[in-house]
Design a protein around this ligand. Structure first.
Ligand SMILES: Cc1cc2nc3c(=O)[nH]c(=O)nc-3n(C[C@H](O)[C@H](O)[C@H](O)COP(=O)(O)O)c2cc1C
Length: 219
């Protein structure tokens, strides 16, 4: 059985009048799910709508709790970390993390950064050891795949594109995700949303084709 952790992060949720998402990233992630579940029926999906239910931001007390050894934590500290524990358990169970996200101000939405801050945790998802020299962090988890589905209003954020240097979305997520055991990373990007022209239509259609191809490749 394959377990997919599906995370949606767009602030745009369901358009009740159309029973459809306004969100491009959510719609594309749904398409990935549909393609996948058509082919692999033995799939467990854990779903989180971070856009609708943002995780708490971490704070000083949270950091102190995370750095306190398990056996020394107070009840209050355990309760401060309970959301983090729950979110990390979902990551541990997942073979594939299907993450849909918009680009906001050239990076990830705050709700997604809040999720990363909750799940990348010392002695849970990574270890820290100065005897390793200049790179003391090492992931604990391994063997996972991330499928990142992103949507942006502008264009040219790919390697070699006109806005490559303005792209702090996919590259940031890829770097952070190595501490969640992600070893295979794929990004499918829809662009030109703000232009709403033929280029947008073409980009969306290309993203749908890429989804079909990626599902075939992964199974
Ligand atoms: C607050 C905000 C910030 C945005 N910042 C950017 C940006 O920096 N670059 C860009 O190309 N598009 C930007 N956009 C456009 C979105 O990335 C685009 O509308 C995308 O389709 C949103 O994803 P969604 O359709 O899944 O909601 C921004 C949109 C919003 C609402």
């Amino acid at each position: 059985m394959t377990t997919i952790l599906h995370l949606d992060t767009s602030a745009r949720t369901l358009d009740k009048s159309r029973s459809k998402h306004n969100s491009i990233s959510r719609t594309l992630a749904d398409s990935f799910r549909e393609q996948w579940e058509k082919k692999i029926t033995d799939t467990e999906v854990i779903y989180r709508d971070l856009g609708a239910n943002p995780p708490d931001f971490i704070n000083e007390l949270w950091i102190a709790a995370a750095f306190t050894p398990d056996e020394q934590r107070t009840t209050e500290q355990n309760s401060l970390l309970s959301l983090s524990d729950e979110l990390i358990d979902e990551v541990i169970k997942a073979d594939i993390i299907l993450l849909s996200t918009p680009m906001y101000n050239y990076g990830m939405p705050a709700v997604l950064k809040a999720w990363f801050d909750q799940v990348i945790r010392v002695n849970k998802t990574f270890t820290f050891d100065l005897s390793r020299g200049d790179f003391p962090l090492q992931p604990i988890l391994s063997g996972k795949t991330m499928v990142l589905i992103s949507s942006c209003g502008e264009f040219g954020f790919h390697v070699g594109g006109v806005r490559e240097k303005m792209n702090y979305l996919g590259p940031h997520i890829e770097v952070a995700s190595q501490y969640l055991g992600i070893e295979k990373f794929y990004e499918i990007r829809s662009e030109y949303q703000e232009f709403g022209d033929q280029r947008h239509i073409k980009s969306l259609s290309y993203a749908h084709t890429e989804i079909i191809n990626l599902v075939s490749q992964l199974i």
